[in-house]
Structures are given as structure tokens and as C-alpha cells.
Design a protein around this ligand. Structure first.
Ligand code: FES
Length: 122
């Protein structure tokens, strides 16, 4: 079932999300794993990668991987393409203060391959 974690210490499995070349620069793409959609962002402008749930909590759309990347102060964020709600890519906090936050996941790059860290819930 659903996997989630916020810390590397809790990671139970590193899921191979594919080669880095599958993910557009300064953009995102989603993967399916165990029935869940995970958005992966290649924030090349900051030379950082992020992983979050793909579901936007506003209207329950699987769309965040197609969001626009940017920053708010020092906080990297994604703006949902539908109604422009924004979320921190580091903590998942809703930066508009009006919707639920989103889950974030550890991510790492090894040998030009993207891995997302997940924890299996009981
Ligand atoms: S569905 Fe994402 S902001 Fe409305």
C-alpha cells in the first residue's frame, strides 16, 4: 500500500524511478509504484531533485508533476498547473496556507539513475 516518509532514516526501500534523462530539466514527471503516483522533479536550475505525491490536494487531481517550478524566498516550490496552489518541494507545506500539505520523499541520484526512498506503512 501507500509508502511515505520524510526522513532518510525511515527509508525501507529505494525505488528505481529510471534514468535521469527521463526527467526534463526544470520540470517533472511521475512514476507509478504499488498503485501510487509519485511526482519527481529535476530542478536543474538549483541542481536539486525532489519527490512528492502527484496528487494535488486542492481538487484531488494527479497533476503536480506537470507543475511549474520556482522559489519563494529560499524555498523551492511547485505550482499546480490548474489553480496555481503552491507547495514547498522540501517540506510539502502548502505555501498558500489554505489547503492540505503534500507528502515529500527522499530522493537520490546514483549512476545517472533516480531513486525515491519509501517506507512501507503497516
Ligand atoms: S487542482 Fe491543484 S490547485 Fe486546484
Amino acid at each position: 500500500m501507500i509508502f511515505e516518509t520524510n526522513t532518510i532514516e525511515e527509508v525501507k526501500v529505494w525505488v528505481n524511478a529510471g534514468p535521469t534523462s527521463d526527467f526534463p530539466e526544470d520540470g517533472g514527471s511521475s512514476i507509478f509504484y504499488e498503485g501510487e503516483q509519485i511526482a519527481i522533479f529535476n530542478f536543474s536550475h538549483l541542481n536539486k531533485w525532489f519527490a512528492t505525491q502527484n496528487l494535488c490536494p486542492h481538487k484531488k487531481q494527479m497533476i503536480l508533476s506537470r507543475g511549474m517550478l520556482g522559489t519563494e524566498g529560499d524555498t523551492p516550490k511547485v505550482a499546480c498547473p490548474y489553480h496555481k496552489k503552491t507547495f514547498s518541494l522540501e517540506t510539502g507545506e502548502n505555501l498558500n496556507g489554505c489547503e492540505d500539505s503534500i507528502k515529500t520523499f527522499p530522493i537520490k541520484i546514483e549512476n545517472d539513475t533516480v531513486f525515491v526512498g519509501l517506507y512501507e506503512k503497516k
